[in-house]
Design a protein around this ligand. Structure first.
Ligand code: ZN
Length: 135
């Protein structure tokens, strides 16, 4: 089992950060040849999704998230903290993804990038954990 942490800072209220190359670097350095790679955002207002890194699509993804989870829609959590929309988006999109690792590389389609979604930024420090299980 190998464990690593990617630290990020985010500059906007909502943001998408492509962490594919940082994850792949961790996998290569780990020496794990075959197994599983877990990518987990250790925060209640972030999500990890997998899809194409194309600027229009990234805008579409965030627009869809904001459409599904609009801020200030009368949520109970907003009475103690004004970020219920971010918690809901994280809860339903999910804060982790798993990839197979084969021959020392994560198995992904050409257009499948690993995208960290900031849902309640900006934040000076965010952590995405990468855990590899294998041999
Ligand atoms: Zn909150």
């Amino acid at each position: 089992v190998k464990f690593a942490t990617i630290t990020l800072s985010t500059e906007r209220k909502s943001d998408i950060i492509d962490i594919t190359h940082r994850v792949e670097e961790i996998v290569v350095k780990s020496g794990v040849e075959n197994g599983l790679c877990l990518i987990h955002a250790a925060h209640a207002t972030m999500a990890i999704v997998v899809n194409e890194h194309e600027s229009g699509l990234l805008r579409d993804i965030m627009a869809k998230v904001q459409h599904m989870f609009p801020p200030g829609a009368g949520y109970s959590h907003d009475y103690i903290d004004d970020n219920a929309h971010a918690h809901l988006a994280s809860a339903f999109l999910g804060s982790s993804r798993i990839f197979p690792v084969k021959n020392g590389r994560i198995v992904r389609g050409t257009w499948q990038h690993i995208l960290a979604l900031e849902l309640d930024g900006p934040r000076s420090r965010r952590e995405v954990v990468v855990e590899l299980l294998g041999e």
